[in-house]
Design a protein. Structure first.
Length: 75
């Protein structure tokens, strides 16, 4: 079901939470064309700390992430 939605998207931006790049690997395995990627640990230097809970994040990290996503969409 998600494949039809993805195929309609003009730009695919994949956000990976760590160096393992699981989200990227899943889409690559499914043959989905990825236009841009963002790795929170590598690109933004946001340390991975776990186990995670929903909404367990620093606001400055969220702001940094949103700013980068906007930059990727514009560029």
């Amino acid at each position: 079901m998600y494949r039809k939605t993805i195929e309609k998207a003009k730009t695919i931006i994949v956000i990976d939470g760590c160096q393992n790049r699981r989200a990227t690997k899943i889409l690559e395995k499914d043959g989905i064309a990825i236009h841009k990627t963002l790795n929170l640990v590598h690109d933004l230097k946001i340390p991975k700390v776990g186990p995670f809970k929903p909404f367990d994040f620093k606001h400055e990290d969220m702001d940094k992430t949103v700013d980068k996503i906007i930059q990727l969409c514009e560029g």
